[in-house]
Design a protein around this ligand. Sequence first.
Ligand code: 5AD
Ligand code: SF4
Length: 490
Amino acid sequence: MKAAFDIGIESLTRAGETVASSPFVSDTHEAVTSEATAAGAGKSFYIETFGCQMNVHDSEKVAGFLLERGYRAARDAADADLMLYNTCSIREKAAQKVFSRLGEWRGAGKGSQVARTASLGERTKIIGVLGCLAQQEGEEIFERAPWVSLVCGSASYRKLPDLVAELEAGGRRVMGLDLDTDQTFETEVTRRDNPIRAYITIIEGCDYACSYCVVPHTRGPERSRASESVLAEARRLAEAGYTEIQLLGQTVNSYRDPSPGGLSFVDLLRGVAAVDGIRRVRFTTSHPNDFHREIVEAIDSTPELCDHIHLPVQSGSTRVLREMRRTYTRDQYLEKISWIRAARRPISITSDIIVGFPGETEREFEDTVTLLDEVGYDGVFSFIYSPRPITTAASLPDAIPEAEKSRRLAILQERQRQIQMARNAQVVGESFEVLVDGHNAARGQWAGRTTSNRLINFTSAAENLLGEYVQVLVTRASPYSLVGQHVAPV
Ligand code: 5AD
Ligand code: SF4
């Protein structure tokens, strides 16, 4: 499925990001103890990550924990002693992909009876499954892939040290599947894979109960992190040289500070924005029900808060929204959009949409297409409805045939493509501040993002711009990105 706007944050469709082999910086705030270093000494790990930005960041934390324990990052999966899959189960396809990956190690894992591989000689590989599929399938994973020896859902990551220690001591199968937690996953060391943008999880789990969604079952109840801990991490990141921070949560704006300070979400946004050295603060994903005017006011009055809000609508039909248990109507959603449009600076708006929810009529689907025009989204991640285990929608009647779902998706994406083309064409001739995060030597182009998260590829006479903020004049537009040239600051 195609993401209509490469915002790189809700990249649930782009499964299979591999983080272990990319260059990284370690964000260590306490000395690594020699005792910890001894435990995994000499062993290597590799993590392959599927799914959302929350998973990508969880993998950074798991990698940090393993490095602290004395493991080293393997160059590729074949060489690793510990191979971890951090998985996604939001749609059927994502789950299937993990099982097909696991199939590649048949017979290679420590959990298997015939655990020997040619490349590792007498050593055996430990294969672990983390994340949402681990939580959803639990012991089933051992049944389907007996060579797996670690299964751990994200709500149990606090137990990872014990689970890994058990494996190191010769344990064959270990499992962490408790959902009943009020704890968040914090680490002493986080291995940061993105040298430009740093992530901080501020809230984990989800207390909503959207009828199509497995997340409340796989990530557990909502838990917010203490504001002092978030602010301390933001300060450490700024000291390490980061200028952009993205605050993460499945419903990020439901944040409720559990500590005596009792900061609201907006207080926290302002607090992170005020950290010395931080120039850009983003946050995702916002739930419309917890989206209040104060968020727009904070963006208006705080230059560091980026001009972008990801506000998934899921459907433009109030009846379908009710069936989805989204807790708002089309009109209530549009009212929130009107607050954003009334802001003093233009704020880009992106969304997630599901087509082909059970019982969705042609008329109701058209309500979603007209909503695209009414809002004027700068990007939409659109998905075909996929029935998920445990969810209430899975047992709803009137499933839409696959071919019809695909037809609706194509119509929706084409309409959104036109909207983006028109919106992007409007900014040709304007210049924007861009944080440079990529370079394509073959094409002689740099790449970066505006505060509104638009992707710009541009040319420059400068030598090295990575991590720099530069002014770029937009010369050409396409639906998914802009083309421009580096100009002197105005
Ligand atoms: N089928 C299709 N898309 C889904 N999403 C969540 N659950 C499902 C499902 N069962 C989409 C929603 C959500 C995004 C992260 O994934 O649009 O916002
Ligand atoms: Fe899933 Fe709804 Fe929670 Fe988002 S708000 S994670 S869609 S249950």
